[in-house]
Write a protein that binds this ligand. Sequence first.
Ligand SMILES: [Zn+2]
Ligand SMILES: [Zn+2]
Length: 382
Amino acid sequence: MTNFDPTSLPAQTFAGGTKAITTTPIVGAPRREYAEMFVPGQEELEDGELRVTVLGSGNPWVTRAQSSGSILVEVGNPERDLLLFDVGSGSIANYGSLRLPVNTLDKVFLTHLHADHTADLITLSGSFSKVGRADGPVRVWGPSGTEPRLGTRHFVEAIEEALAWDTAAGAGAINPDSMKIGVTEFDFMQTQVVYEANGVKITSFPVIHALSGAVGYRVDFAGLTFVHSGDTRAGWPLVRACEGGVDLLIHECFPPAAALAAASGLSIERATMALNAAHTSPKAAGKVFGLVKPRLAGLWHTPMLAPPIVPMIFAELRTVYDGPVVQTQDLTVFNITQEAVVVRQAQVIDQLPPIPGQQRAPFTPAMPAPPAWWAEALIPLD
Ligand SMILES: [Zn+2]
Ligand SMILES: [Zn+2]
């Protein structure tokens, strides 16, 4: 393996960096020039292209630098489908910086039901119906558990039920279909196609994480392949799901246990336990990349992405793998085409109005009568 130079990596964006954390931002020979940073709204998605944006690169500890787990895939098909893989805390705020429509962000594929991958589902369902999702429900695909209450169906139906007040309060003002959540639960243990439409095929495969019932996903479109591990230890089902070649593999990765302990305040025992019981070390991620040989590999779901941690991750990974690797951050953007995989950071504006997007079923609101007691409780304005 090549000697690793820690000074070769760009700084994190929260520390003023403007580049993706990698020494190989371009793999292949792109047929067009890419601006140094990805500026939302200034680059059309090309026909036949996949654009993959990390909306949340972190884990349960949400910070302004790192939302919890979430990855957005924009598909260069005529429908310009938007596919969301997990929807952790803060990920929807990052989506709001991308100048993409509200109405068509309606397909969510959950890798598992940890809160750091699901918490913004309430925002996507309950709040996006108020800012532009006019045409119908959010639809969620996700794995079964070892018993019904541990499965995606139970989770989604319970969230929908918990939104009873929010839904009742929208009666008359919002298309009732837009306040529902559809759910498709599939067998976590089978490697199988769980979605196929508009030229996109999505295959789930089991992964090893915390409890039975977590999965990863493979996305195939127009001869391009993106594979996402979800949360996992290094495992064979993912390697087998990558057969035939992968353009981009985003795999979870924790820092080395000693680095995690030093950065987080956990004891070395707790840090080692958290890492070994449910997650992937840099060395293990490197081993997976060596087996899969993706055109470009991404590390994701990395806690405490502080400056000293990143070189430690690369140093350990480089003992076993020297192919192209990116440490993803929030708003790391990948452009995948036949010719090249290009990775950059997005340059965003923090405060933008929502873009509702094209609506097929505009709803004419009719406000219901207010509760009778309001008449006496309201302060008259004139
Ligand atoms: Zn997680
Ligand atoms: Zn998890």
